[in-house]
Design a protein around this ligand. Structure first.
Ligand code: SAH
Length: 563
């Protein structure tokens, strides 16, 4: 075989249709060779005495009539008698799986080499005139890997890594692009015979990019206009993101074909071969519902950050904080929901319709929500809405204020011996009605969102037994007025504020300190685990220093800003 250190093996793809492949050996490797042969359209023949223990998958092939079994030892004559008639009965390929130390292997290898019959002997590189590649196939796409015998496990690992990095449907897309290429070619060369055309197409494969590849297309000469569409197609294949190429559809192809019909090609110089040509084939719109976290831009997930950077249009909720909105590139269209009390439903509907229009224009729409999209964010409703319209959203989680505000306020939502459960609820029900308050559980931490504007009523319903009578219910246990609680506002923002107190004093505290929305109320013994107001009715802590010492400046956000 070739010198592994200095030469490069010639990797070729053989058309093995109808070839005769001899398999000498009966083990699992012989079975693997048989499978490869059959996949390539060849006709394998197994030569092995009947006494041999034949691998079960070989047996299957024999039973199904795919594999002919000649029940005897190999004879030298086999090489020139079992082959196809049109090649004078010489067999096309020989696979020996008897192992390297076997003297028959050596003998067969020598014979084959002398007769120019490609031969492969397992585990004996020196006896092989060719080796098989670890392959991945997707339609017309075939990828083969060899480590030159250094590690077949590694080769299949590499094959997996490479294939998993390719977009789905790539094979289908290659098929479609191939069709487009042929159509363009046929239209440009109507006078040529098919064989001539084929030759030219193949030549182009070899020639790779010509010096005119990146030249702008103008109307200057006949020759240019004749080849412009082919060059344009070549540029698509070169520059379009693989994902986009892989999603090319039949209608796309038709659109490209008509948009670049020869008539147009001759009379316009507007068809410069630049990225704008992508607009010709309309993309399917994409919708992402993403949570932007509690406020601090470093609380964004990387996925949401990428969506912010790449979306064509961003529809943001009113609560999405300014530092997050500041990350939106200037070219991106942004709309902030015009929600105010009383018009929330209308604003929501307006937003959904706007998103839908953009989706139909093939745009990448990002619905940016505060916190997590599925926690009081109407994320589920929006998901159903878009799914019904034929656009299945990608939903990206966000850090919810419900769990991060307690954390930033040094309140461990669960704490051994103090709190073993967390309840997240809303202080505002549908259409502004008050939802049923939770019953008292001494080991529970309750987080109330959207509650501060009706704090008085809420605290009363939690602590005042007379409220249960009004509800006509008696089974709800009241929360003791001494229960620790905290109001956390603008968690993770520079103007974050925490008021630590008890249910008894919380209303008075908020009245005195004023409100700084958005904010939430945390109730439960966990509130005083790490800090407590001691003898005071309440204490106030201002400001947010949580992320000061992390070196966040060196992160992906600032990396991106430096670009
Ligand atoms: N989807 C969001 C919640 C939307 S409901 C999330 O997962 O966080 C809006 C409520 O969230 C507000 O009324 C307030 O109670 C709470 N909230 C949102 N951001 C907050 C913040 N930074 N600090 C405190 N509470 C916040």
């Amino acid at each position: 075989m070739h010198d592994l250190t200095s030469t490069i093996p010639m990797l070729i793809a053989i058309n093995a249709t109808s070839q005769i492949h001899l398999i000498i050996g009966t083990n699992s490797l012989a079975a693997a060779r048989c499978t490869k042969s059959l996949q390539s359209g060849a006709r394998p023949i197994l030569i092995a005495p009947e006494t041999e223990d034949v691998h079960f998958s070989l047996k299957d092939c024999i039973e199904q009539g795919q594999l002919q079994w000649i029940k005897r030892e190999f004879q030298d004559e086999d090489l020139k008698t079992l082959g196809r008639e049109e090649v004078d009965r010489v067999v096309d390929v020989v696979f020996v799986t008897l192992g390297g130390g076997n003297s028959i292997s050596e003998h067969i290898s020598q014979l084959c080499k002398r007769m120019r019959i490609p031969v492969n002997v397992t585990d004996a590189p020196d006896l092989c005139s060719f080796t098989l590649l670890s392959t991945y196939s997707d339609g017309p796409l075939h990828i083969g890997i060899t480590t030159s015998g250094r590690g077949c496990k590694l080769a299949s690992r590499l094959r997996r890594e490479i294939s998993s990095s390719l977009p789905a449907n790539l094979g289908q897309a290659i098929d479609r692009l191939g069709t487009l290429r042929r159509r363009l070619w046929e239209e440009d060369h109507p006078q040529q015979s098919e064989a001539e055309q084929k030759l030219e197409v193949e030549d182009e494969d070899v020639a790779t990019q010509s010096y005119t590849f990146n030249k702008l297309i103008t109307t200057e000469d006949e020759q240019t206009s004749k080849t412009r569409r082919m060059r344009w197609l070549a540029q698509i294949c070169e520059y379009w993101p693989l994902q986009r190429l892989a999603s090319i559809s039949e209608p796309d192809i038709d659109a490209i074909f008509t948009a670049y019909s020869r008539d147009r090609a001759n009379d316009s110089d507007s068809m410069l071969l630049n990225g704008d040509s992508q607009d010709l084939c309309k993309k399917k719109g994409k919708i992402v519902l993403a949570g932007s976290g509690p406020g601090h831009p470093d609380m964004l997930t990387r996925a949401t950050y990428n969506a912010i950077k790449n979306a064509d249009i961003i529809l943001a909720d009113k609560l999405v904080p300014a530092p997050v909105l500041d990350l939106i590139p200037r070219r991106t269209e942004v709309h902030i929901a015009r929600k105010f009390p009383g018009n929330a439903d209308q604003a929501q509907e307006e937003f959904l319709q706007m998103a839908l229009r953009s989706l139909r224009e093939g745009k990448y729409v990002l619905r940016l929500k505060q916190g997590d999209p599925y926690l009081y964010g109407r994320g589920g409703e929006e998901y159903s809405f878009f799914r019904e319209k034929g656009y299945i959203p990608t939903v990206l989680p966000g850090i919810t204020s419900a769990l991060s505000a307690p954390l930033f306020a040094d309140i461990p939502a669960t704490h051994r011996g103090v709190a073993d459960q967390v309840l997240v609820c809303t202080g505002t029900g549908r259409k502004g009605a008050a939802p049923e308050p939770p019953t008292y559980v001494s080991t529970q931490t309750v987080v109330f969102l959207m509650a501060l504007h009706r704090l008085g009523d809420l605290i009363k319903s939690l602590t005042d037994p007379s409220t249960t009578e009004a509800e006509g219910k008696v089974n709800r246990i009241m929360w003791p007025k001494s229960t620790p609680c905290a109001v956390v506002e603008r968690a993770s923002c520079p103007d974050q504020r925490i008021i630590r107190t008890t249910l008894e004093h919380v209303c008075q505290a908020v009245e005195c300190e004023g409100s700084r929305p958005p904010g939430l109320l945390i109730v439960g013994a966990s509130c005083h685990v790490l800090h407590s107001p001691e003898e005071q009715k309440w204490i106030v802590e201002d400001g947010f220093r949580g992320l000061d010492d992390l070196g966040v400046e060196g992160d992906f956000l600032s990396d991106e800003l430096q670009k």
